[in-house]
Design a protein around this ligand. Sequence first.
Ligand code: KE4
Length: 442
Amino acid sequence: MAGRIGEMASGEPRTGGSAKLFERARRLIPGGVNSPVRAFKGVGGTPIFIQRGSGCRVEDVDGNHYIDYLGSWGPLILGHAVESVVEAIRQAAEDGTSFGAPTEREVRLTEKIVQAVPSIEMVRLVSSGTEACMSALRVARAFTGRDKIVKFDGCYHGHADGLLVRAGSGALTLGAPDSPGVPAAYARETVSAQYNDLASVESAFGQFGAEIAAVIVEPIAANMGVVPPRPGFLEGLRRLTREHGAVLIFDEVMSGFRVAYGGAQELYGIHPDMTTLGKIVGGGLPLAAYGGRREIMELVSPVGTVYQAGTLSGNPLATAAGLATLSALEDRAAYPALERRASVLAEGIGDAAERSGAPISVTRVGSMLTPFFSREPVEDYESAKRSDTANYARLFWSMIRCGVYLPPSQFEASFVSLAHGDAEIEQTLAAVQASFSASGEG
Ligand code: KE4
């Protein structure tokens, strides 16, 4: 069915094309994918190879169409192939794709970022969220002259060595490598705490206070599925880091420009010392950023001596895509519409679950949400981990058969874009109802 994007799939999707490409890909690319979560390990089966996207829909290489809630893991808040973004990239490309020299678009994009994000006085553009988080931590260590950092189990800040760490055993909370190849010495500088558990942070400061350079946190956890901060949690982090002279870093790679134009820090009114951004700020192209208080950021080379660099940092195509995207959001008119549609979706999933007895607990902040297969409310990493991932996998494939593409993992966020209209939300809820009824949940 090679038709236009926009027709709903029906019945079993054909998968021959994806299967053949996956077979070829696996010979040359580890796991056949260029980022592990794309391999569908969280839901089983063969990854779907996408051919194109338009608005809120994608079409795979077999001609199956889906309403897309992945949105490239967050960047596509406007939707796929939005004319204003495509045109901006096209025009930029006609003037060249990279110069390795400063350009006007980088200045304009950083001016928009500083206007948007309350706590950012100075900012550096990089090419990925990993690079942004890694660099922010290096600057925080330089600023404080300390080595240890605190991160939260279940939060993800990219794959820099010191961040691939799981909670160490016992009360010490010292990190242990969460991946081969990470030197134990690096991991030992990472102290693991528990998200939404201020006592665990107080304990970390109690043991390592004067050694802690920074606390890095997703202000809205979204890499364990969406888990909102408990009232007082972020305020507590702000108080503790101030008391102990540590840098508070909000990793807003996911939440930045997503939950509000100024991100989670606008939503909750908490000003961190540093912020990392990614995804939306690049409009779907490789661009991220880290920034914060001027006295901290002026430590960064070439003004200061903290080295960080990148051939494609502030790339002309990526800054063009980011400018077009932020220009569509900066009047903040989009956010009430996103809030309403995502709320209708989240409540509809909850209602369908109640009617069918499916054990679903839906979490949501703005236009990012997660249907957890859990009878209990999901409020932290431990409760998230207790979700029924097998049931989620069944829901994922049932929704695929109904022409709806959810994230291929229980522990990821679904995203509503401005391109998801009422009709698509209704179609999605019909698919949810059909999926719950078919599986006889309850
Ligand atoms: P990247 O290096 O993937 O651009 O960003 C890393 C990162 C940093 N901080 C947060 C809060 C993030 O969510 C991410 C990356 N998010 C994942 C999805 N949860 C990217 C998807 C993937 O790894 O393929």
